[in-house]
Design a protein around this ligand. Sequence first.
Ligand SMILES: [Cu+2]
Length: 124
Amino acid sequence: MTIIVNLLGVALAAFIVWWFWISRGGSVARSEGNTIAITVDGGVYTPSVLRVSAGKPVTLRFLRNDPNPCAEKVIFSGLDISADLTVGQPYDLNITPEKPGEYDFTCQMAMYRGKLIVEGDTKS
Ligand SMILES: [Cu+2]
């Protein structure tokens, strides 16, 4: 009986997550095809959490609408990658993250923050 209640709880939690974050296009993005579009505006990256698969090429398409000079660089410190962004001009950052893990990406002064989650193969 406890197990059923727990399963219901998990299902409900999953549904709430889906409803609030995924169905409404909120802050969590999973790569579809191999491009994820990220806007930079008002001091935030939207979405701010990106999920990608390890070993698969992915394009992170940054569109900077934020004129703040701070927004001109996006830096993935854990991956040794950085890019210069121009206002109003999409920038495609092509990467193939090899190692599963969580990598923060930030502006130059680390005030704008996002997270790249690289997921390993789910098959064991
Ligand atoms: Cu900054």
